[in-house]
Design a protein around this ligand. Sequence first.
Ligand code: SAM
Length: 350
Amino acid sequence: MDKIQAIISKLESTHKLSLEEYEALINAYTPELADILAEKAIIARSKIYGNNIYIRGLIEISNICKNNCLYCGIRCENKNIERYRLNESEILACCDEGYELGFRTFVLQGGENPYFSDDVLCNIIRKIKQKYSDYAVTISLGERTYESYKKIYDAGADRYLLRHETADSEHYSKLHPENMAFEHRMECLSNLKAIGFQTGCGFMVGSPYQTAKNLAKDLKFIENFKPEMCGIGPFIPHKESPFKDFKAGSFELTLYLLSIIRLIQPNILLPATTALGSINNKGKELGILAGANVIMPNLSPKNQRKKYELYNNKIYSGEESAENLSALKNTMKQINFEIVVDRGDIKERR
Ligand code: SAM
């Protein structure tokens, strides 16, 4: 235990650990240690963000995807799914609704759908920015070329989310088909940062074949890459995917990792993700109490939400939906946090 105490003190003071130390910390998980780290994570976050929780309106613009990621419910080989794509006016209508509700950031997320060419996408981004100059626009549409990312940035997008999925190339190849390369994923992330996006990476906790060593590499990657945002959530199997028989990732380990990530980078924007809320009905609150400070309610058209099923039993109603923001506000108030109307940019870069 002394060794673990020393590792925690080092993490708190230097925000850096060796790979071996990260691995030891992961392996040392106990509920008691998780409570200690969560308390430290909350203190670290409150020095920068107080009790503020930022919200993002998540617009799932299409479940059509050319990729075949082994874990994902919208992979192209899944024929048992009704595909959809929103058009420009539907996306703008979601933004209008979100603005009224108090959102100042929109996340346009979807599968890698060739329909969203640079021209189509840039046009949509420019229209959003023209209408609401105080919106931050986040894009999460997977891997694209440097030139494409640059055009999207020049059209006005502020942020880009691209989970690295795993920082271990061998593990990456177990989660993805042969035509997807770890090196390309990493190149995309460094391009996004170089262009000037507030960049988000992230990974699934408990994805098939994941080891504590892999997770240690994920943490080391976050420490070095210094993303503005990081999305982590438990892996949850989808019945139409090759990983249908794997078990879901651990809720508790996800919370523990949220606290560690907060201590690695106290100013990071860290969502309590939909996957976290999908495997535990107190997922959002407990995620915030572990160190998260962002929630991304679903702002997609209601008739399409069910179709964006990345994993089974994904939640899309109740406090998960943007229309029920007042219920989410109350839940946050009960744990002494406040949802604010704000773009929610990163503060005090280190
Ligand atoms: N196509 C974009 C991309 O690749 O970044 C964005 C959409 S992708 C479906 C969003 C994220 O969902 C992925 O990065 C992955 O981590 C997560 N995801 C997919 N399948 C999942 C599953 N079965 N369980 C938990 N998360 C999953």
